[in-house]
Design a protein. Structure first.
Length: 241
């Protein structure tokens, strides 16, 4: 279902947010998944041309735009999301017109009622007005959310229910000093800041102790817990390994 269509709060260009009720994602579990994509071009085209800035902002993992005809996506893209899978499937379904538009608090709240919800399966939730997410999670059992846009004035970053994505320890400590919880990608478990961070319980390095649907720790500062770190599991890291 389409729960938002309108301008990105990052750059004002057209985006759409789509909620998918069922998911077979092994790590997250069967959560309501949400995809934030450009409304006017495919996710792969947006990546290659740099137009994914509308939904990814300053995230360092989006890579560099390219005009190389041999490439389908941005150069040096390190995001763990495989654009040819979920995002492209959602885009093609959008083009076929199979998603109905859902608006208003009650209708959007009904989608997440009694469920765990993932804000930004692809795309940064801060590109969408936060009232949409407030409705979606208002009757949910819990949610996960991450944003790289804490320094983007126009974005609707809500650290009360979004984890702030930190690119290094310095950034993480800055966010902690402001009372915010962070989610940080690290190269090895040795980088975890003892007393401030814990390893993602759903990660390989933690022994796959649980799923995101059962864990619920990545809910921003409204969750009273330490910040979360996870060892890099993006495609470029796998290539390096």
């Amino acid at each position: 279902m389409i729960i938002y269509q309108g301008p990105s709060l990052i750059d004002g260009l057209p985006i759409v947010a789509i909620a998918i009720a069922q998911s077979g994602n092994v790590k997250t579990g069967n959560m309501v998944q949400t995809y934030i994509i450009r409304a006017d071009m495919s996710p792969m085209e947006a990546s290659k041309t740099g137009a994914d800035y509308s939904i990814c902002g300053n995230c360092k993992f989006r890579g560099n735009p390219t005009i190389d005809p041999a490439r389908k996506i941005a150069e040096k893209r390190e995001c763990y999301v495989n654009l040819s899978q979920g995002p492209t499937i959602v885009w093609k379904a959008l083009q076929r017109g199979i998603y109905k538009i859902v608006s208003g608090h009650a209708a959007i709240a009904a989608i997440g009622k009694g469920r765990m919800v993932r804000l930004g399966t692809y795309g940064d939730p801060a590109a969408v007005p936060s009232y949409v997410w407030e409705s979606l999670i208002s009757e949910a059992t819990g949610h996960t959310a991450y944003s790289h846009q804490s320094n983007m004035p126009s974005a609707d970053t809500r650290p009360d229910f979004m984890m702030i994505s930190a690119d290094n320890e310095k950034q993480a400590r800055h966010e902690w000093s402001n009372g915010n919880r962070t989610f940080r990608v690290i190269k090895s478990t040795h980088e975890i800041v003892t007393g401030a961070e814990i390893l993602c319980p759903a990660s390989k390095e933690a022994g796959f102790k649980t799923t995101c649907a059962k864990c619920g720790l990545c809910g921003g500062s409204s969750v009273k817990a330490k910040s979360i770190a996870i060892v890099d599991h993006g495609p470029q890291n796998r290539k390096r390994a």
